[in-house]
Design a protein around this ligand. Structure first.
Ligand SMILES: [Zn+2]
Length: 277
């Protein structure tokens, strides 16, 4: 069994603030390191649950901001990690195809405009607003394109509510409850990790009963960031093939270069200076 773990950070227990990479001051750096440690704990819990449920392959996709957040040296040795140079992977779910048996998403946050949600952002507008997807349910839909079910999502209470609505058979593990944009009631990391472990085990056990999330086409896509009323693309991107249309839309936003052969032009060095994280 091959499990693909797609990770974000804003839905991690204990996260309420972004840091700015442009600020290399000690408090900011300590904050980044601490959040990355908390993120890693939750990813490791999902990875352990996958292995204990019979996975012989666990691929971890480090997908937040600079895409270089997970302290991979702390993951179980059987894992493989996909990371580095944000927006220059082969796809938003990099290396994902129908050879995966299940998708797991950790650290997920609510979509743009969700009241009282922590660091809510991103909304996919599908066919006008016939369907609205968060980053978590977009990941599930991209897996669904390959007929792979999303079996477990962890994150805040708002994204879990969205997952329960769109993928009712999947496990949704709430690790914190939003109070305001940067304020939450959160589980302690150890408890969050235990609940994620249990959720991933339960989801993988029932994976045959969880239908892949398939968004029917044809498609007309747009995306907003913080303000769900403000589309990033001046014109909707249209297409018949979901995976291809999503990536064409992402590449038109200006911060995605998915599937394009990126050369080392010297413009991306560690630490990335413009990435909010
Ligand atoms: Zn993120």
């Amino acid at each position: 069994m091959k499990v693909y773990i797609h990770t974000d950070i804003e839905g991690t227990a204990g996260w309420v603030f972004y840091a700015k990479f442009a600020d290399q001051g000690p408090m900011n750096v300590a904050h980044i390191e601490r959040m990355n440690r908390l993120l890693t704990g939750e990813v490791a819990a999902a990875a352990r649950a996958s292995l204990d449920s019979g996975a012989d392959e666990v691929w971890v996709n480090d997908a937040h901001g600079p895409c270089y957040n997970v302290l991979f040296e702390e993951l179980p040795r059987q894992c493989q990690i996909i990371h580095g140079r944000a927006g220059h992977f082969d796809g938003w779910l990099s290396c994902f195809d129908s050879t995966a048996d299940a998708l797991v998403c950790t650290g997920q946050h609510a979509m743009a405009g969700t009241p009282h949600a922590v660091c809510s952002h991103s909304m996919w507008h599908v066919n006008g607003d016939a369907v609205r997807l968060s980053e978590a349910t977009m990941a599930a839909a991209l897996a669904g394109y390959h007929s792979v079910p999303c079996v477990c999502v962890s994150g805040d209470d708002r994204v879990c509510a969205e997952v329960r609505e769109k993928i009712p058979r999947a496990e949704a593990v709430t690790v914190k409850w939003g109070i305001a944009a940067q304020n939450a009631r959160s589980l302690m990391p150890q408890e969050a990790c235990e609940r994620i472990y249990d959720g991933v085990c339960a989801g993988l056990t029932r994976r045959q009963e969880i239908p892949p999330l398939v968004i029917p086409g044809p498609y007309r896509l747009n995306i907003s960031d913080r303000d769900p009323g403000k589309m990033i693309l001046p014109k909707d991107v249209e297409g018949e093939d979901f995976w291809e249309t999503v990536h064409r839309a992402l590449n038109r936003t200006g911060y995605g270069h998915y599937g394009e052969d990126a050369t080392d032009d010297g413009s991306f060095r560690w630490p990335p200076d413009k990435t909010e994280r």
